[in-house]
Ligand binder design. Structure first.
Ligand code: PHE
Ligand code: NA
Length: 455
């Protein structure tokens, strides 16, 4: 077998890990999740989840990839034999499914980046999204063929991903992130600065940050915080194991994990500020409360934002272009990490070259993703997203920590491995988080999910 690829530098790895973490989840998911779960008060469960599960698991996954130098299935195989390889494959499968619909959302954002130039969505932005862009069927059964308007940008997204992945770890993934991430930061800062200087911005920030402390007594708020941290940090997807398998022998693991975690949260906070400042502007224009204009999910980025852009005084098409361009940049840098998971999995398992596994992996994913570019696509997308987020991630996370902490009893080994090469030393707190706190919270989450879904 040929020598395993490596990152060219520490900064390259951090850019790639941050590129994976910072994605669509930060820009449109975090702001409304925080808002719906207590606003300012959400920061308490959020920080708790970040410090007890997010960063500890990130450290664990970085250690696994660095120690076993393999894609997720190979790493689990090397950790404790054939019987645990499936954990890695499960993560690979979940990543595959995510990549098929994540790419479609990026394709919409790409389309909207271009539309922003001449505001071609008109005044009925909801009608535009659901009619012209998605060309939605009324029932899931009525798939009714492809929507060319989505199919073409979708193929463009896959072409970009294909080229980057084909170029390899250093000359593809690392180089792309070194360009995309600084660009994303500049573009998004411009968006946020413009947003906070709009009329009524403070009203939006007030709605976003006003803490509703009574929500903290509600367990669903804590579950939402944990769920969001897993998705947002790309943990329990086999991704961070794959990326860290390309780390050079001498690498600081713990420090890198803290940098990745805090960079991701910082970006999230920034997005919350930008989005709610813009919502405050919109509420002021309409003379209503911010709660009247806040929307969740797809509607926020693709219906509410176009409306805000329509109403903005001056340079609004530039603002729109930059906003949707940031979605595209954040999305593609995450999408390549998701695809790398199965590409590495395939080439490690079948001992085939990188180009072969890129062609097969990306090829199949691209074909499957076109299912979401049909008239019934949004129904499938919702279903896939629900299933993956609810069962896939929490379940893998739970199984991963329980097996590693209690069945394989590897935490001590991992602690020594990470401590030998890192600045920040791991201690008892790390093991308590992984062996006690995280399993209890995730177990509670799974229990609640099974109850609401099966009864
Ligand atoms: N972390 C990314 C985000 O916040 C999403 C993602 C999930 C990326 C899973 C890779 C894997 O959008
Ligand atoms: Na994220």
């Amino acid at each position: 077998m040929s020598r395993r690829s490596q990152w060219g530098s520490r900064a390259g790895f951090i850019m790639a890990a941050v590129g994976s973490a910072v994605g669509l989840g930060n820009i449109w998911r975090f702001p409304y999740v925080a808002y719906e779960n207590g606003g300012g008060a959400f920061f308490i469960p959020y920080l708790f989840a970040l410090l007890t599960a997010g960063i500890p698991i990130l450290i664990m996954e970085f250690t696994i990839g660095h120690k076993y130098r393999g894609s997720a299935p190979l790493s689990f195989f090397r950790m404790s034999g054939k019987k645990s390889e499936w954990i890695g494959w499960w993560g690979v499968f979940v990543s595959f499914v995510i990549s098929t619909y994540y790419s479609v959302i990026i394709a919409w954002a790409m389309k909207y980046t271009i539309y922003s130039f001449n505001l071609s969505w008109g005044t009925d932005t909801a009608g535009f999204l659901f009619g012209d862009v998605l060309n939605l069927a009324d029932t899931p059964g009525d798939v009714g063929g492809y929507v060319p308007g989505v199919l073409i940008p979708l193929l463009l997204v896959w072409a970009i991903v294909f080229i980057i992945l084909l170029a390899g770890v250093q000359r593809g993934i690392e180089l792309a992130n070194r360009i995309f991430i600084p660009m994303l930061i500049i573009v998004f800062l411009m968006v946020v600065i413009r947003a906070v200087t709009l009329d009524g911005a403070l009203l939006g920030l007030d709605a976003f940050f006003k803490p509703d402390l009574t929500k903290l007594a509600n367990p669903t708020v804590w579950v939402a915080a944990y769920g969001h941290i897993f998705f947002s940090l790309s943990i329990a997807f086999a991704i961070m194991i794959t990326y860290s398998s390309y780390l050079p022998k001498k690498s600081d693991i713990t420090n890198n994990a803290f940098i990745t975690g805090f960079a991701n949260s910082g970006f999230e906070l920034l997005a919350g500020i930008g989005i709610f400042a813009a919502l405050g502007f919109m509420a002021t224009q309409a003379g209503t409360a911010v709660s009247e204009v806040a929307d969740a999910g797809v509607g926020l980025a693709f219906v509410v934002f176009p409306e805000i852009i329509n109403q903005m005084p001056g340079m609004n098409s530039l603002f729109g272009t930059l906003f949707f361009l940031s979605l595209v940049l954040a999305g593609i840098s995450s999408l390549i990490s998701i695809c790398e998971t199965y590409i590495a999995g395939i080439s490690d398992k079948f001992n085939v070259s990188r180009s072969k596994s890129v062609i097969v992996g990306v090829g199949i994913a691209a074909v499957v993703s076109t299912l979401f570019a049909t008239r019934g696509g949004l129904f499938f997308l919702d279903a896939a997203d629900y299933f993956i987020n609810q069962f896939g991630v929490a379940a893998i996370g739970l199984i991963e920590v329980i097996l590693i902490a209690w069945a394989f009893r590897k935490l001590g080994v991992f602690e020594n491995h990470a401590n030998a090469i890192s600045d920040i030393r791991l201690g008892a707190w790390w093991k308590v988080c992984l062996s006690v706190i995280t399993p209890i919270v995730l177990g509670y989450m799974m229990f609640g999910l099974l109850r609401t879904n099966l009864l």
